[in-house]
Design a protein around this ligand. Sequence first.
Ligand SMILES: CCC1=C(C)/C(=C/C2=NC(=C\c3[nH]c(/C=C4\NC(=O)[C@H](C)[C@H]4CC)c(C)c3CCC(=O)O)/C(CCC(=O)O)=C2C)NC1=O
Length: 169
Amino acid sequence: MRDAVTNLIKNYDVAGRYFDRNALDSLKSYFDSGTARVQAAAAINSNAAALVKQAGLKLFEELPELIRPGGNSYTTRRYAACLRDLDYYLRYATYALVAGNTNVLDERVLQGLRETYNSLGVPIGPTVRGVQILKDLAKEQAAAAGVANAAFIDEPFDHITRELSEQDI
Ligand SMILES: CCC1=C(C)/C(=C/C2=NC(=C\c3[nH]c(/C=C4\NC(=O)[C@H](C)[C@H]4CC)c(C)c3CCC(=O)O)/C(CCC(=O)O)=C2C)NC1=O
């Protein structure tokens, strides 16, 4: 598992090189955004349960067929599994947010996920939509907590949706 710093060290060590200007710029930008990243994660953490619940309600309001007979979130067991998945995405997104790197998502969340979803008939498109809704809610939460430039919050969520949508993961 890597963060912004260990990832950079790994890449430069492989090449046997000292950090150059690019590396130093990217380190500087990581450290400059550090406090904001931690603040955003804290704002999300303290409201995680409500964010997941809200995201689920919004998703099922947009796509009510998911919770009707034949839908993948029909039955309380599967409804709960869907919300649990959203909770995983939110929690791991906050780790990636603080790490400044999406490697934790690749290693702990996305590996083999498409195959699992395909074998269980969990629909990818609606899952992607659920992650987008979570992202919007998380950004609102961070903004309400005073995290001014919350653009970096997009990164982990966009990574999840991009990887889920890929044909070959
Ligand atoms: C931490 C990393 C991690 C992830 C990401 C994860 C996902 C994950 N989601 C699963 C199931 C599931 N996932 C969903 C999710 C949904 N269905 C929908 O209609 C919605 C679109 C969507 C919610 C947004 C559902 C309903 C199931 C149960 C499917 C079934 O058993 O039939 C399963 C199968 C095993 C189980 O039910 O627990 C896994 C492994 N598990 C992990 O350990």
